[in-house]
Design a protein. Structure first.
Length: 368
């Protein structure tokens, strides 16, 4: 099989690259290892199934006033949005021997905005705009080999079969650490590039989110916004996750490291989180209709063991993300390589747009 551009990764960056290549009339194929598109964007219902009106296990917010790249994409796709609920008191639990304290909530600046239906609305809208047969899910790229006129990608399909795809150029829309962990390069990468990718943290990969779903947003009726901070745990930062259609939920980021979460296990963590919600928001919080737990550090297509211990925003290297013989045939495009909004949804949009702009120039030069 042949294509002009092979895109590795079907998260926001890969999909945006596909959208822009299609608009430029450049042939492409996109390979996504997971069964579904979206990568770190995962919107699910209370049973944990992907849903058009659900809860965001990954990113929930963007900040349009600071992040024009994602704001413009959302506007172009005509996706409806709504603000994160901040009306009401915030709760702060400082220590276990003291009751949690309430404070009047402050208007959030800049305002965090959510997508109606959840962040996966972005993924659906882009995927629907792409020509049929261009997106392959359940297709993990395991190797890349340089040839005289391009790259051969080795693709492992869900049924275990291997496919070889020849492309003039490859766009890797995956975090550099994951690229290094999942793809074998022939010839091998130069050691500087390999070290750079290994040392680049994947934003939010060390984290885990917990959701409790309720029949009503009872905390709002009691004057709480749903925002809380805790020093006691297990959750460190809590927010209202109620959907735009009114499915009521609270969510929080776990405040302990990946190793400790693994040792405690999901059952004990779930019990601890529900007890914490009850301490912060009252007895009604002790009886959620459903709970959801997503530990991103345990997801091998987002995190490597290195992410358990090193967090933070990646920094763009001075010499570029790919050096040596691979430089002419491979461009990185995941959020982590954005020089402006590394790690964020906005970074995925920026990095993929920059990669495609580079390819449009390269193909125009080669034709000329
Ligand atoms: C818990 C959490 C909360 C977050 N909150 C926010 C937020 O509120 N706002 C915000 O702006 N950002 C947030 N982020 C960050 C945001 O999710 C990312 O910036 C964005 O989704 C990255 O998109 P991407 O396409 O660059 O990478 P990814 O979404 O990681 O996509 C990479 C894709 O490549 C696939 N893949 C990997 N290796 C291979 C391979 N070898 N072959 C084929 N496919 C492969 C993966 O399965 C994945 O689908 C959050 C992230 C997490 C985890």
């Amino acid at each position: 099989m042949n294509t002009d551009v092979a895109i590795v990764g079907g998260g926001l960056a890969g999909l945006n690259a596909a959208r822009l290549l299609q608009a430029a009339g450049i042939d492409f194929l996109l390979f996504e290892a997971r069964a579904t598109l979206g990568g770190r964007i995962q919107t699910v219902n209370e049973r944990g199934q992907p849903d058009a009106d659900g809860f965001d296990l990954g990113p929930s917010w963007f900040w349009p006033r600071m992040q024009p790249a994602i704001a413009n994409l959302v506007a172009e796709l005509e996706l409806p949005t709504f603000p994160q609920n901040n009306d009401g008191d915030v709760v702060f639990e400082r220590m276990s021997r003291e009751s949690p304290k309430h404070y009047p909530g402050l208007a959030q600046e800049p305002e965090a905005i959510r997508l109606v239906g959840g962040s996966a609305a972005l993924v659906r809208a882009i995927a629907e705009s792409l020509a049929e047969g261009r997106l392959r899910c359940g297709a993990e790229v395991t190797g890349m080999r340089l040839t005289e006129d391009g790259v051969v990608l080795f693709v492992r399909l869900a049924d275990g079969q291997e496919e070889r795809v020849h492309a003039l150029h490859a766009i890797a829309a995956v975090p550099p650490r994951i690229l290094n962990a999942t793809v074998r390069f022939e010839p091998a990468l130069d050691s500087g590039t390999e070290q750079l990718w290994k040392q680049t943290p994947t934003w939010m990969a060390p984290h885990a989110k917990f959701f409790a779903v309720y029949d009503r947003p009872f905390w709002r009726e009691a004057g709480f916004s749903g925002t809380a901070q805790g020093m006691v745990g297990p959750l460190a930062e809590i927010h209202d996750a109620t959907t735009s259609s009114g499915e009521a939920a609270l969510f929080g980021f776990l405040g302990m490291g990946a190793e400790q979460r693994k040792t405690m296990g999901e059952k004990a963590l779930t019990e601890g989180c529900i007890q914490q919600f009850a301490r912060l928001f009252g007895k009604q919080a002790a009886h959620p209709r459903a709970t959801l737990f997503k530990d991103w550090a345990a997801d091998p297509l987002t995190a490597t063991p290195a992410d358990w211990f090193s967090a933070g925003h990646p920094r763009a290297p001075e010499g570029g993300w790919v050096a040596g013989r691979w430089k002419e045939r491979l461009t990185l495009a995941g959020s982590e390589v954005s020089p402006i909004e590394a790690g964020y949804l906005a970074g995925a949009v920026e990095a993929s747009a920059a990669a495609v702009a580079h390819l449009i120039q390269k193909f125009a030069r080669n034709k000329g």
